[in-house]
Ligand binder design. Sequence first.
Ligand code: UD1
Length: 421
Amino acid sequence: MARYEVIGGTPLNGTVTISGAKNAAVAILPAALLVDGVCRIENVPDISDVRILLSILEGMGAKITKEDCGTVIIDSTDVHCTNPDAELVKKMRASYYLMGVLLGRFGKAHVALPGGCNFASRPIDQHIKGFAALGADVEETDDYVELNPGPDGLQGNRISLDVVSVGATVNIMLAATLLPGQTVIENAAKEPHIVDLANFLNTMGARISGAGTDTVKIKGVEQLQGGTYAIIPDQIEAGTYLAAAAATGGNVLVKNVIPKHMECITSKLEEMGAQIINYDDAIRIRCDGRMQHTTVKTRPYPGFPTDMQAQICVCMVLASGVSRLTESVYETRFFGYCSELESMGADIQINGKTAIVTGTDKLYGATVTARDLRAGAALVIAGLAAQGTTFVKNIHYVERGYERLIEKLTALGAQIRRIED
Ligand code: UD1
């Protein structure tokens, strides 16, 4: 077990470079199994979810070479396994993308149900609905999902999602890329990593259009060839550093970002009083004095991301006045961190889907426990802004999704270290 020791009270100052997007990487790396040939994937973040995923792919027969600066080369010519290691699959959420990939490449899959951050009930009924619409015979138990071709074989189809789901949109795209006929996903998710996956697959020869809108069309192709692709920067990692700069009253240049992806976050921080300057691929944030209260409702992209709920909550906790934070994607997410923030002096009342946050001008160091990835990031931010020393436990959650967090924060002047217990 390891924990972070954070000595708070120092405004963050300097430059931070954002890594490749976690949620794009965990879709694109398994997508390399659809390719006949070698994929060179750049800007892959070195985080524990990616390391687990690469171990799963290697166990299935993929040849993986890692180069410096986040380049991963995947040759999946020798992959024949349709039953990935269940213990590894259960260690992360996005391992469910192996269902779509294996169905698309081999027409069958036997994949354990995924693990990962359980901040809410996370059903996969829309993924299953998609696979069934593509002609799969689906057997779902408490432990695994098994997919086989149904009586009419596998082919493209029209699928209208009942809820806007990132995972289901990705999984159906993965399954449909190599199937005969056209697949149309309606009410699709529009997150930047959906577009990134489509761009990756198209670079390798797929015919996907409409990614980033609510209708994605996939014309099946017989084969994908190898190629080179660079993953987009991580919207949520960038948002986390912006929130950390705001909460500590800092002045930070956040480099390697796509400012358009950040608008839903920067507009809220501006509303709270932060000064934001957008450059082509960087954003400067400066925050003098106390922020003001605001209202945030999380929504699918291009709305305010649920994955930034906890980090913006810390900014609200420190702002003047009463803020309202409404969660509309994962309702139980508040329970992952609000009580921990309260132990540091925050005043948060949860009323159904909404947290009413009454600002305070001081937080105090405490020993707190991360219950999921973004909750953990929020507790680190709170520790950086608090008076005194904070210990954040359960940091394996944070390490799922933040590359070199200690190194990056230390370079911004933070006093933080990892303690191995
Ligand atoms: C993805 C992100 C995660 C983020 C979430 C919401 C990845 C790897 N993870 O998770 O970081 O928090 O989007 O932006 O990209 N739902 C169903 N049935 C389904 C699927 C989803 O009812 O079959 C519901 C969920 O309970 C939730 C909503 O749809 O209320 C959105 O979930 P979804 O977009 O699927 O989230 P994930 O893909 O799991």
